[in-house]
Design a protein around this ligand. Structure first.
Ligand SMILES: [Mg+2]
Length: 238
């Protein structure tokens, strides 16, 4: 899954969440690129923790290592590559499909529909796609659980990007090329702030969903928001 960005302390950075950034309308956006995990549902749903647990279990069984060693390997590859799968494929011959199937089979019982979010996404003008470091099946399950099945024209999952994750540049280039998106007329919405560095370099408008009100200096962030639904409603209101 996506790696968390370093979170600075103090400093001005982007406009603070809750200070009105949600009500700011961003002009000229023709395509919206959404992250999935911890963006289209709150971190409190605990899905990423479940995926970490399933990955550790997979590594323990596949490589016949202890839980501590499996946990260390999972964290090491995630730190190094942005996803765990890449290193397991390259160094240990793990088969991607089996890994993704097993490690994304999370319990979604705590993840309910969000009618306000569904309405806000539906009312958002422009094209809408998903760009996730997670598996396609996982994205489809999460979207269905949230009442967002069919709300996005396309899902770009990790297997669609030749397993190159955000925040690596080729991942974004793949999405804009395949979807035919002009980055100068696109915005990306993400909870992991480091995943917005390349979108900004490519000319996109960057929207950071700062759930934890972490703040900090992130010059590549155009808008820092705390409430995705309110932000999307404001885009439709213009
Ligand atoms: Mg995320």
């Amino acid at each position: 899954m996506a790696r968390d960005g370093a979170r600075g302390r103090g400093g001005a950075g982007a406009a603070p969440a809750g200070s009105g950034a949600e009500r700011c309308r961003i002009a000229g956006v023709e395509a919206w690129i959404f992250d999935l995990d911890n963006t289209l549902y709150p971190p409190e749903a605990g899905l990423l923790g479940q995926i970490d647990r399933l990955m550790t279990d997979f590594i323990m069984r596949f490589l016949k290592v202890s839980e501590a060693e499996a946990d260390r390997m999972r964290a090491h590859y995630w730190e190094r590559d942005g996803i765990t799968l890449h290193g397991l494929m390259e160094d240990h011959g793990v088969e991607a499909a089996a890994f993704l199937e097993e490690t994304h089979a999370v319990d979604l019982s705590g993840l309910g529909p969000d009618p306000a979010l569904t309405a806000a996404v539906a009312g958002l003008p422009g094209r809408k796609v998903i760009h996730t470091n997670g598996a396609r099946r996982h994205a489809e399950r999460v979207l269905a659980a949230r009442g967002l099945a069919g709300a996005f024209e396309r899902i770009f999952a990790i297997e669609d990007k030749n397993y190159v994750p955000k925040p690596e540049r080729p991942a974004y280039l793949h999405v804009i090329r395949e979807a035919g998106i002009d980055p100068a007329r696109a915005a990306m919405i993400e909870d992991t702030v480091v995943n917005l560095v390349e979108p900004k370099r490519l000319g996109m408008t960057t929207v950071w969903l700062d759930h934890r009100d972490a703040g900090g200096e992130h010059p590549h962030v155009d808008a820092r928001i705390g409430d995705l639904t309110r932000f999307l409603e404001a885009q439709a209101a213009g």
